[in-house]
Each structure stands twice: as structure tokens, then as C-alpha cells.
Design a protein around this ligand. Structure first.
Ligand SMILES: [Zn+2]
Length: 115
């Protein structure tokens, strides 16, 4: 670990599990050059679990969505797909095709899934 103040090497003064018993390790560190003391935490991240949670949230969001809004999203998505096909077939840049079709250059916020 590098010192956040002077970027020198640091040493661990103390290392112990977090009070809440979450599997997180807390380490008190001290910079060997400037003496700055700070705390770091080390833990694991369950990426598969985070993805599963996100998929569930997305499915729940889509289930709550008004059918008319959902249909509009599908229509917009199909238009963008067709614009991409046209761009690929004609060799024109996608932004140019989107502009010609009066579509926004990037996916609008209504087409993004919830975080
Ligand atoms: Zn330092």
C-alpha cells in the first residue's frame, strides 16, 4: 500500500477483523517516509451475486413498466437496430444515419436499465 500523502511505502501497524463480523479486515498503516497514519479495509466482492441482484432488479423494473412505455422502448430499440443495419450496408457513419432519421446519437436514458 502506497501513502496517500507522499506515495512512499507504508507498513501495517495493526490488523484486525471489522467489528461487524462481515469478513472485512481493517488495517492501520503508517507511512515509512512521512509518518502519515491511515486505515484500509480489505474484503471480498461477490460479483456473481451482484450480477444476479442486478438482473432481478431489472426484471422487476420491466415487470412494473407500463405496457405502452415498454412498446415504445421496443420500437425505439428496433429503429436503432435498423439504423445500425443501414449504416453497415451503406458504409455511412451511424451518427449520420441516426441524424437523418431524427434519432438521438446515443441511447436515451429511457432505454437504459436501472442501476
Ligand atoms: Zn507518506
Amino acid at each position: 500500500m502506497i501513502c496517500p500523502k507522499c506515495s512512499s511505502d507504508t507498513r501495517v501497524i495493526d490488523s484486525r477483523p471489522h467489528e461487524d463480523d462481515s469478513g472485512v479486515i481493517r488495517r492501520r498503516r503508517e507511512c515509512v517516509a512521512c509518518g502519515h497514519r491511515f486505515v484500509t479495509q480489505e474484503g471480498t466482492i461477490n460479483i456473481a451475486g451482484m450480477r444476479a441482484k442486478r438482473r432481478r432488479a431489472q426484471a422487476a423494473y420491466l415487470a412494473r413498466l407500463d405496457p405502452a412505455v415498454k412498446a415504445a422502448r421496443v420500437a425505439a430499440s428496433n429503429l436503432r437496430r435498423d439504423a445500425k443495419t443501414e449504416a453497415g450496408e451503406t458504409g455511412r457513419p451511424l451518427v449520420e444515419v441516426l441524424r437523418a432519421w431524427n434519432l438521438p446519437p446515443a441511447a436515451s436514458s429511457s432505454q437504459r436499465s436501472p442501476a
